[in-house]
Design a protein around this ligand. Structure first.
Ligand code: BTN
Length: 245
């Protein structure tokens, strides 16, 4: 793994995506920064972080997997971060599809952008924002938390960035050829709210429903079973957890 350290950048994801397209990046590379002024989050969201407090990095990997297996990139990343944090004594949950949660609060987020060629994922840019040492967050952020908030300790961002990058690359190589059926249970067992009855708003269903996550599909869609017994298979745009203020 090659490492690039930047003092300041708009977004480490944008930095790597640009250079992947231009052919400048030709091997597994992690870029990390001390300050990100236009951090991208999932969907239309932005990612905010105080300077020099948190882990802000993106990993470019030459994935080479079929597009129908694209969810494995997300699964490998969230599981690798989960396992890295576990080694540090912090037991997190993965909020589907790939947020890192602790005690119902968001400790980290992942943004994956892929470079496709036909039905093959040629390369992935895996962006990770992990809150380490920041103690106060803007009021408008719904439910942030940092490792410092949890343990009172300070953490070395570089150690997290290199450790997680290596683990993500290793994990993805390991699970690339493993059937999804063999990965499913491990992921489900680490999933935030798995099997718990929660309130959901599902596209196409007028009222909110109460139900629980019962499964995840190879496509990455989750299956929620309503208390009425009805099964709903949803992607990220089709479902919202209501209790998730
Ligand atoms: C989310 O919305 O939860 C995903 C957040 C991902 C943020 C990280 S910070 C480093 C990398 N660069 C970006 O612009 N975004 C990701």
């Amino acid at each position: 793994m090659k490492y690039i350290e930047l003092n300041e950048i708009d977004s480490t994801n944008a930095y790597l995506s640009k250079r992947l397209l231009s052919g400048e990046i030709t091997e597994s590379t992690t870029v990390f920064t001390h300050s990100q002024n236009k951090g991208k989050g999932m969907g239309q969201n932005i990612w905010v972080s105080d300077n020099d407090k948190n882990a802000l990095f993106s990993i470019a990997l030459f994935t080479e997997i079929k597009t129908e297996e694209i969810f494995k990139v997300s699964l490998a990343t969230s599981m690798a971060i989960y396992e890295f944090l576990k080694l540090k004594g912090i037991t997190t949950k993965i909020k589907w599809p790939n947020d890192i949660y602790y005690d119902g609060k968001k400790l980290g987020g992942i943004l994956i952008e892929n470079k496709l060629d036909g039905n093959v994922v040629k390369a992935s840019v895996i962006g990770v924002g992990l809150n380490l040492n920041q103690e106060k967050f803007p009021k408008w952020l719904p439910n942030p938390i940092s490792l410092k908030n949890i343990t009172g300790q300070d953490y070395d961002a570089k150690e997290f960035i290199t450790g997680i990058s290596e683990m993500v690359e290793k994990k993805l190589n390991k699970i690339k050829d493993v059937p999804f059926a063999d990965l499913r249970l491990d992921y489900l067992l680490n999933l935030y709210c798995f099997g718990k009855i929660m309130m959901w708003k599902i596209q196409g269903i007028k009222d909110e429903i109460s139900g629980s996550i019962v499964d995840v599909k190879p496509s990455g869609k989750i299956v929620v079973q309503a208390v009425s017994g009805q099964l709903c298979e949803c992607d990220i745009k089709e479902i919202k957890l209501i209790d998730d203020f």
